[in-house]
Design a protein around this ligand. Structure first.
Ligand code: GLN
Length: 188
């Protein structure tokens, strides 16, 4: 299996390392032809406005939308914003996942935090330690999307719609490989 990571801006290198640890073949995606032969694609954290604008410049928006219709795609943080249908402001989005997000919902960089989450879809292994960095909240899920994790106050931080996955937090910055394994299973 081969999993790509959009490598235009953000923490794509950390995702690649995690995938390699799990024995995956990987590819850095910067141009449309780099999608050929991939089984799934990760959209990393970073700055969603920058990622969107650069994807527009590199002619990647339509090829990514097409890829996401038939393949597994996972957005972490800025990547989740990029996947969403609505970020309540004008910026280039893929718009393929039935979620609405609120950017920077926890405040500024200094308000970044870590917390343990319950994520039953990950199976065994206990609570999942999640890292939030200027993270978005998934305000609502619609259509085919469902919630896979929320904070104790009910705010949604992870959702899935068939092979599309969105997380507000950064599994690539932990040593816990469960989320990447979960995504690889979706891509199979
Ligand atoms: N705040 C960024 C955005 O709105 C996301 C931050 C991140 O990916 N860690 O795009």
């Amino acid at each position: 299996m081969k999993i790509g990571v959009l490598a235009i801006q953000g923490d794509f290198a950390e995702h690649i390392l995690m995938l390699k640890r799990l024995g995956m073949e990987t590819a850095e995606v910067r141009l449309p032809p780099h999608l050929d032969g991939l089984d799934g694609l990760i959209l990393p954290g970073g700055e969603s406005t920058t990622i969107g604008k650069l994807c527009m410049d590199y002619g990647l928006l339509e090829p990514l939308r097409k890829f996401g219709k038939t393949h597994a795609m996972w957005g972490t943080c800025a990547g989740a914003i990029f996947l969403s249908k609505d970020a309540r402001r004008s910026q280039p989005l893929l718009g393929i996942m039935d979620i609405s997000v609120e950017r920077n919902a926890f405040g500024r960089q200094v308000e970044s935090f870590e917390t343990d989450l319950t994520i039953s879809e990950l199976g065994e292994g206990g609570p999942y330690h999640a890292i939030f960095i200027r993270a978005p909240i998934i305000e609502s899920v619609q259509g085919g999307a469902h919630v896979i994790s929320a904070l104790p106050d009910g705010r949604i931080v992870a959702a899935r719609q068939e092979k599309l996955l969105a997380t507000s937090f950064h599994p690539e910055l932990t040593q816990d490989t469960r989320f990447h394994q979960y995504f690889i299973a979706l891509a199979k």
